[in-house]
Design a binder for this molecule. Structure first.
Ligand code: GRF
Length: 210
């Protein structure tokens, strides 16, 4: 590929399977994005080893003790890291802290998140458990733009999976993750090639964006 690749910052807190999935896609010569940096609030995140193996710069931020929130000043610091790395887009791949201000201001319309439910059903924590406890027959995942709401921004892509009678949280999580890994790469590809536009709540593409 001769044209310039988009630069992506990935923010992750957990096992890092979505990080590895997008990193693998970025290894493809024809993929329109590269990972410029990994930012994590968890020094034991599985994403770190994946990044180091690919010589992707890693920043570990001390996000403070408030669950789900960033301590004062940390979000500015994350935005500074992204700017210094000249990133075009930001992917939240299991980042367990809410972005509330500086990132949304400085990267408006350029931050996307992957969530393990078919939004608007089951936003927030423990989406798989919520789906099981509600008795949903279909579960899935959603990639959406990030705004000031929790898991409420305009939807880019979704994928569905069945819920089986003998599912538990772990089996459902694994089935959904299989789809997450596929749609997260597809969403980055669409974003990086400028094929998405937001009209109100709807995200429209030049062609079939599924
Ligand atoms: C995924 O289920 C993602 O949808 C959610 O957090 C989980 C992260 O998993 N936001 P991993 O760390 O990418 O394996």
């Amino acid at each position: 590929m001769t044209s310039k690749r988009c630069r992506l910052a990935v923010l992750a807190s957990g096992r890092g399977s979505n990080f590895r999935a997008i990193a693998q896609s970025c290894q493809r010569e024809d993929f329109p994005a590269e990972i410029a940096c990994l930012i994590t609030d968890n020094a034991t995140s599985g994403a770190i080893a994946g990044a180091e193996a690919l010589s992707i710069p890693v920043s570990i931020v001390d996000a403070g003790k408030r669950r789900g929130r960033l301590a004062d000043g940390v979000e500015e610091g994350i935005a500074d890291i992204c700017e210094t790395a000249s990133v075009d887009f930001i992917l939240l791949a299991g980042f367990m802290r809410i972005l509330s201000g500086p990132m949304l201001d400085r990267f408006a319309g350029r931050i996307i998140n992957i969530h393990p439910s078919l939004l608007p059903s089951f936003p927030g924590l423990h989406a798989q458990r919520q789906a099981l406890e509600f008795g949903a027959r279909i579960a899935g995942c959603t990639v959406h733009f990030v705004d000031a709401s929790v898991d409420g921004g305009p939807i880019i892509l979704q994928a569905a999976v069945p819920v089986f009678d003998d599912d538990d949280v772990e089996s459902l999580r694994e089935r959904i993750l299989g789809e997450e890994h596929r749609v997260v790469s597809r969403a980055v590809e669409l974003l990086a090639t400028g094929r998405l536009r937001i009209e109100g709540r709807r995200v429209l593409g030049d062609d079939d964006i599924h």
